[in-house]
Ligand binder design. Structure first.
Ligand SMILES: NC(=O)c1ccc[n+]([C@@H]2O[C@H](COP(=O)([O-])OP(=O)(O)OC[C@H]3O[C@@H](n4cnc5c(N)ncnc54)[C@H](O)[C@@H]3O)[C@@H](O)[C@H]2O)c1
Ligand SMILES: O=C(O)C[C@H](O)C(=O)O
Length: 343
């Protein structure tokens, strides 16, 4: 039952692949969600509870976790749920985790950039990553907290200081950009969204989000240069579109929970040895010289990143977009590194 539900919710992988990973034959996997009582955390906890690859679901927040954990725990799926609150329970929440998902931190309000969240979220992420280094240094980390272009470098520096850094296991979650690009492309090209794929590279803020519509599948010649320009802008501004529509009540939570669940599912499949799991993610990278972190397609495996894939052929418009994003992305990465090394 849970596997049928997951198939319709996550729409990942073939039916036979999902069947061959039914709960009876799947290894025990612990997933921890930090910030689990928040706007993203709650629906993400729900989706992870529906994932048959998860045997233990650990929900941590500084407030509200007991209620969320009790609620989600009643769902009759495999994962055993435990809720943890306040810092003294963080170690217990993290011990033995295979995947840690971090949506902890403040969201934007209208008029703010993601970088405006830096002052609060940098400290939150630093604290949580210090605990990860101590209690589950081998875990795969999925960073959702914004600004991702800086929080991922912060996490890397915290892990380096602790001597636990493994670049193959740290991921900035940019799946929502891909989810949006697929949806907007399908709408414009008038093709069924289920079959659409669009790589999105760069980072996760404004012009650093670079969708590669020239590589979108199924290809179409129904879209002109102006359509591609508009699709690119809408993908880059997707977060702001939601922030404005929510009018002060936060940013994307439901679509983000979906995207976070898709990415965590891909990490779990990789850990379990499922072949050919490829997702875009913001990772340590040598794809673009001068940018030590960059989002591109990544092949996931038993140790996290198996291969960071190159960009492939770009259109002239995309080449311009790539040049334009470099200074902002570089400075956001450097800001994160500086914060973590100096504080
Ligand atoms: N990567 C992406 O694509 C993406 C998409 C949407 C939102 N976000 C980001 O995700 C973050 C969370 O957004 P939200 O809408 O869920 O916010 P929210 O305010 O609804 O929830 C955040 C939760 O984090 C908790 N929290 C705060 N400090 C904590 C700590 N030290 N330890 C554990 N939990 C802590 C809060 O108690 C709260 O429950 C924001 O930074 C937002 O910008 C990223
Ligand atoms: O836009 C935001 O602030 C949240 C998130 O990064 C998003 O892309 O929706």
């Amino acid at each position: 039952m849970s596997s049928i539900l997951l198939r319709s919710v996550l729409k990942r992988g073939s039916a036979s692949a999902i069947r061959s990973f039914s709960s009876e034959s799947t290894p025990a996997r612990k997933v921890a969600v930090l910030g689990a009582a928040g706007g993203i955390g709650q629906p993400l906890a729900l989706l992870m509870k529906l994932n048959p690859l998860v045997s233990s679901l650990s929900l941590y927040d500084i407030m509200g976790t007991p209620g969320v954990a009790a609620d989600v725990s009643h769902i009759n799926t495999r994962a055993v749920v435990a809720g943890f609150m306040q810092e003294e329970q963080l170690g217990e929440a993290l011990k033995g985790a295979d995947v840690v998902i971090i949506p902890a931190g403040v969201p934007r309000k209208p008029g703010m950039t993601r970088d405006d969240l830096f002052n609060i979220n940098a400290g939150i992420v630093k604290g949580l990553c210090t605990a990860i280094a101590k209690y589950c240094p081998e875990a795969i980390v999925n960073m959702i907290s914004n600004p991702v272009n800086s929080t991922v470098p912060i996490a890397a520096e915290v892990f380096k200081k602790a001597g636990t850094y493994n670049e193959k296991k740290l991921f900035g979650v940019t799946t929502l950009d891909v989810v949006r690009a697929k949806t907007f492309y399908a709408g414009k090209a008038k093709v069924p969204v289920e079959g659409v794929n669009v790589p999105v590279v760069g980072g996760h803020a404004g012009i650093t989000i670079l969708p590669l519509f020239s590589q979108a599948t199924p290809a179409t010649n129904a879209l002109g240069a102006d359509d591609i320009k508009a699709l690119t802008k809408r993908t880059q501004d997707g977060g702001t579109e939601v922030v404005e529509a929510k009018a002060g009540k936060g940013s994307a939570t439901l679509s983000m929970a979906y995207a976070g669940a898709v990415f965590a599912d891909a990490c779990l499949k990789g850990l379990n040895g499922v072949p050919d799991i490829v997702e875009c993610s913001f990772v340590q990278s040598t794809v673009i010289s001068g940018l030590p972190f960059f989002a591109s397609k990544v092949r996931l495996g038993k140790n996290g990143v198996e291969e960071v894939l190159g960009l492939g052929p770009l259109s002239d418009f995309e080449k311009e977009g790539l040049e334009a994003l470099k200074p902002e992305l570089k400075s956001s990465i450097e800001k994160g590194i500086k914060f973590a090394t100096e504080s």
